[in-house]
Design a protein around this ligand. Sequence first.
Ligand code: F6R
Length: 262
Amino acid sequence: MEIIVLPDADAAGRHAAGIIARTIAARPRPVVGVATGSSPLATYRELAALVARGLDVSRTTAFALDEYVGLGPEHPQSYHAVVDREVTRRLGLDPGRVHVPDGSARDLEAACAAYEQAITAAGGVDIQLLGVGANGHIGFNEPGSSLGSATRVKTLAPGTRRDNARFFGGDPEAVPVHCLTQGIGTILRARRLVLVATGAAKAQAVATLAEGPLGAYCPATALQLHPEATVVVDEEAAAQLALREYYDFARDHARDLPAPPA
Ligand code: F6R
């Protein structure tokens, strides 16, 4: 796992956006996995700036990680609405290529299976952008989730409802109890993972996901199983990393190796 520590959230967003932009530019039909919440906002802002400077996203397909059960696209805090606002419109993506799990479906299990099939039919996710919950969740895979899980219905943790109350007028009870989320197995099938975490509230989760024992207690530790995972953090989120000297040393010498033979 590559750990990149940068001074602040804007620098983290710029770095993550650069990685995603390079993937988009390199693929004929790029498939990008997008996250909601606060962590990726700087990344979307930077990506929008790159689009304004000529990055072509016309053939890009996007898949969101998750959606609340029972909030239709018309609800401003549904992830359909959030992705439309923060990703589709900002970047100028084709709305027909942007997918969010259907949390309003009558048959939620069928909606989850259809979502997995849609990802497969698109050729799989080339690059998945992730945030991490203070409790170590990725997507809405709360602690205790199976590390091999597929898209399914989950119950949010009480702490996640408290954390997300800020999007619902400050009332944790207004945050839906259930969600649909890509599983950890689904996320691990993406060809590249980029996780962005900023702020002191994420410091413990970041230290555990990067250095802690692999396990369901901190679902984000699953990134340790992925061959192409990059974690981009600011100084506050990096505060509890024990191996910080090594991460900075590796980053500073990343380009010292000889180029591979042509
Ligand atoms: C959102 C998602 C969640 C968030 C996490 C962090 O689609 O899947 O895992 O990334 O809850 O949220 P923020 O960034 O708001 O702290």
